[in-house]
Design a binder for this molecule. Structure first.
Ligand code: TXA
Ligand code: MG
Length: 318
């Protein structure tokens, strides 16, 4: 089948209440018709995701936002204009017709328009917004290739669309507009600096009485192999009898002798590093190492999203 025929078939499956894994510019999603609660329930089931974790609804046209939420804050409109299609999700008060299972009972809805031709064609042909989490089992790293999805969810999904590796490689940035001041719920593919250049200051620590994005649970995006993030000269000694892999931004100095090693970007480019992040961790994760040591990365631009994912991967807490 040609790509177009496969997308056509995928859209049919979505319309019939099935579930499809599809590429976006950030990571692969596992999609269902957002207005079909049974189909969405199957997504939760396949992911083994606790049902209190709400999903992002994907649209193919910014005008669709109006049909899904009560009101679009003017700052949200500005971000949509500047960054859609792209790796930015906005959270607003939802319309009554959105099934509760999509938002896990929250009065709010997370929406984004992905920047990927296959995703956009799929949504358009499905003729419905598509609710989709990342296409990984709950708590594990998001998939950035169709093969990652096949390996973990293979026979449980009705179809996997293969669009090659995801160019951005970390999930979308989530910004909430429930309060006067916009709030960053998850750093991601659009940097905080870029967002603030359009709408001014954005809050970064959600208050205790608001439900956070469950993607902010400390233990999330985690590989099976323990990750240690605080690198020091002492580590060489400390772990000398262990089977250790190394995850670094660039070629490290000679004192870092651990093999295997994954370099995220030879030229130290944070975008390239983000695009390589999850695949690199997966390659280390299948080697049965005792430990992965990740060296810290500058927290500017996409470095913020990379460090956020590394910290969660390294976290021992649930
Ligand atoms: O890049 C992405 O955003 C990818 C692709 C597939 O679009 N999707 C993704 O979905 O990362 P997921 O389900 O793995 O992560 C969505 C995050 C979760 O942490 C969830 O808690 C949060 O978005 N979220 C969803 N709806 C929300 C809401 N109404 N309020 C606050 N957080 C919400
Ligand atoms: Mg996810």
């Amino acid at each position: 089948m040609s790509d177009n025929e496969t997308i056509h078939r995928a859209a049919e499956i979505i319309r019939e209440g099935g579930i499809v894994a599809f590429p976006t510019e950030t990571v692969y999603g596992l999609g269902a018709d957002a207005f079909n609660p049974l189909a969405v329930a199957r997504v939760f089931e396949v992911k083994k995701r606790p049902s209190f974790d709400p999903l992002i609804v994907h649209v193919a046209n910014p005008a669709d936002v109006k049909k899904l939420v009560k009101e679009t804050a003017s700052n949200a409109k500005k971000l949509i204009e500047r960054f859609w299609p792209g790796p930015l999700t906005i959270v607003l008060l939802k319309e009554e017709n959105i099934p509760d299972i999509v938002t896990a009972g929250l009065p709010t809805l997370a929406i984004r328009m992905p920047n990927h031709p296959m995703a956009l064609t799929l949504i358009k042909e499905s003729k419905c917004p598509i609710a989709a989490p990342s296409a990984n089992p709950f708590g594990y790293l998001s998939p950035t290739t169709a093969e990652h999805v096949r390996d973990q969810l293979g026979d449980q999904v009705d179809l996997i669309l293969d669009g090659g590796p995801c160019p951005v490689g970390v999930e979308s940035t989530i910004v909430s507009f429930l309060d006067e001041k916009p709030m960053l719920l998850r750093p991601g593919g659009v940097s905080l600096e870029e967002i603030e250049s359009v709408i001014g200051e954005v809050g970064t620590s959600p208050s205790e009485d608001r439900p956070m994005a469950p993607g902010m649970l400390p233990k999330h995006y985690a590989p099976r192999t323990p990750i240690v993030l605080d690198w020091s000269e002492k580590s060489l000694d400390l772990y000398k009898d262990k089977n250790v892999g190394l995850l670094v931004l660039q070629e490290p100095g000679n004192h870092l002798k651990f093999r295997p090693m994954e370099i995220l970007s030879k030229r130290g480019d944070l975008r390239e590093a983000a695009a390589n992040l999850f695949a690199a961790i997966r390659r280390l994760d299948v080697l049965n190492l005792d430990l992965i040591i990740a060296t810290p990365i500058p927290e500017i631009g996409l470095g913020r999203a990379i460090m956020d994912r590394l910290r969660r991967a390294a976290s021992k807490g649930e």
